[in-house]
Design a protein around this ligand. Structure first.
Ligand code: BES
Ligand code: MN
Ligand code: ZN
Length: 500
């Protein structure tokens, strides 16, 4: 879909549809909505008066007019109560409108920005939110369907209407930022949606190569023999059961004027998690193609950060492998030596994420980072604790955690902190090694993070467990069911905030 900012009045739009908004229970219509109302001889007033359309959140009403309005149709979308309005509701409203229009077969539509809110958010943010809502809401993963390709309905163009010349620049900037971020979220969703046979570690490395070429990043892909030379015993233990070559991906972006320091992102890149020898039950095992969602978010964030030219040094590390059982696979009871030199007793081969992350985090420290953030679909316990819409956050640095929370509030990606008290270390003590890779049934998300904490030492670090929100079984306002791309908007916003 093409997105264009146009200096035009709503009355002059000749598109297939004009998308307009209304706050629930407000007597007054929004100024631009009202102008169209007058132009159409009270069409909008009438539908509100009839009670058929009240402006309830995400409620829609399709109107056809014969009077002076050159747009073929008007689609009204409800914004809900004015006092409850948020940026996230705005994304959802925009998504809802665009979805209804797409399903009608509309190719070109135009819309103004919601008015009267610049006290609470900047015009730039409103424009960014519109683009995010519309584009993220229209996402579909169709590349593996060969039938009815031509028949699929797709919006070609959206015009964002802004009539004030002095506002154009801000609206354009917001729209452009939104588009760049959306590209990243689309990439992450595509990577997660692709099944394990297609999105192998090799394909992950190819994706990284594409990003590196496109954005001028430095790429290092450690092959298994390189990993062996480095001593990445934890990463390689997991990789041993698979015939797909494992890849340890490192992407580096050097923003200009990078006085903001260095941030390293580490993403779990298990392209399929069968559990290994400690094999998972077979029902729903297919969902374990999502187990590289953290890695996908890291690759996508590097792409977006580079395209936005953020003034920061950013490194993305994604250890990629499958976790499969075989005659060569690592086993419960094995003791392995990680890149850090610390030894780990394997209690279950299904706690593989923390192993590849352990070596990822150790490698991250070579860059002398000011902060390390890891993202991983690490534990089913996180879904038990927080549900499937919420990211679990644990870390060793209050300031960094506050920054993550702030970014999450902006992007609407829910994050909730769990404690990481020293007490939990007890649970991963091993009788024969430095630690074991599972801490029992209680506090599973925390003991996972407790293991990771041993590989970052004092570096400010946050761990985000995205096992729940990596995909959704139900469509959400601007997240169609399937892969969500969780983490990309959060990380990008955090980094933008960081560099301001
Ligand atoms: N990838 C899984 C975690 C997961 C489970 C993500 C369900 C999304 C949905 C991870 O590798 C895993 O298997 N974790 C185990 C750890 C346990 C054995 C200590 C878990 O959560 O059961
Ligand atoms: Mn597992
Ligand atoms: Zn896993």
């Amino acid at each position: 879909m093409k997105i264009l900012v146009e200096k035009k009045r709503v009355e002059a739009v000749r598109a297939d549809a004009l998308l307009l908004y209304h706050f629930e229970g407000e007597k007054a219509q929004l100024p631009k909505t009202e102008r169209i109302d007058r132009l159409t001889g009270g069409l909008i007033r009438e539908v509100i008066k009839s009670g058929d359309f009240k402006g309830g959140l995400y409620q829609t009403a399709l109107l056809y007019n014969h009077k002076g309005n050159p747009a073929k149709r008007i689609l009204m979308v409800g914004l809900g109560k004015k006092g409850e309005f948020t940026l996230d509701r705005w994304r959802g409203t925009a998504a809802k409108g665009a979805q209804v229009l797409r399903d009608l077969g509309v190719k070109i539509f135009a819309t103004p920005l919601v008015e009267g809110l610049t006290q609470r958010m900047s015009l730039e943010t409103i424009a960014q939110g519109l683009v995010e809502g519309v584009s993220l809401g229209l996402y579909e993963f169709n590349e593996l369907k060969t039938r009815n390709r031509e028949k699929r309905r797709k919006v070609d163009k959206m015009f964002i209407l802004e009539e004030e010349p002095r506002n154009l620049h801000a609206v354009q900037r917001g729209a452009l930022t939104g588009e760049t971020i959306v590209q990243g979220v689309y990439l992450a969703r595509d990577l997660v949606s692709r099944p394990g046979n297609l999105q192998t570690p090799t394909m992950m490395a190819r994706t990284a190569e594409g990003i590196a070429k496109e954005c001028g990043l430095k790429l290092t892909v450690l092959e298994e023999r390189d990993a062996k030379r480095e001593g990445m015993g934890a990463f390689l233990a997991v990789a041993r059961g698979s015939d797909e070559p494992a890849k340890f991906i490192v992407l580096e972006y050097e923003g200009r004027g990078n006085s903001s320091g260095t941030v390293v992102l580490v993403g779990k890149g298990i392209t399929f998690d069968s559990g290994g020898i400690s094999i998972k039950p077979s029902d729903r095992m297919q969902l374990m193609k999502n187990d590289m969602g953290g890695g996908a978010a890291v690759l996508a964030t590097l792409q977006v950060a580079a395209k936005l030219r953020l003034p920061i040094r950013l490194v993305g590390i994604v250890p990629c492998t499958e976790n499969l059982p075989s005659g060569k696979a690592y086993k419960p009871g094995d003791v392995i030596t990680s890149l850090s030199g610390q030894t780990i007793e394997i209690v279950t081969t299904d706690a593989e994420g923390r192993l590849i992350l352990a070596d990822g985090l150790t490698y991250a420290r070579r860059f002398k980072p000011d902060a390390i953030i890891d993202l991983a679909t690490l534990t089913g316990s996180c879904i038990i604790a927080l549900g499937d819409r919420v990211t679990g956050m644990l870390g060793n640095n209050g300031r960094l955690k506050t920054r993550v929370k702030r970014a999450a509030e902006f992007t609407g990606e829910k994050v909730w902190e769990l404690p990481l008290w020293e007490d939990y270390q007890e649970q991963i003590k091993s009788d024969i090694a430095d630690m074991k890779n599972m801490g029992g049934r209680s506090a599973g998300t925390i003991t996972g993070a407790a293991l990771l904490s041993r590989f970052v030492d004092k570096t400010p670090w946050v761990h985000l467990d995205i096992a729940g929100p990596v995909f959704t079984e139900k469509s959400l306002p601007y997240i169609p069911k399937g892969a969500t791309g969780v983490g990309v908007r959060l990380l990008v916003h955090l980094l933008r905030d960081w560099t301001q």
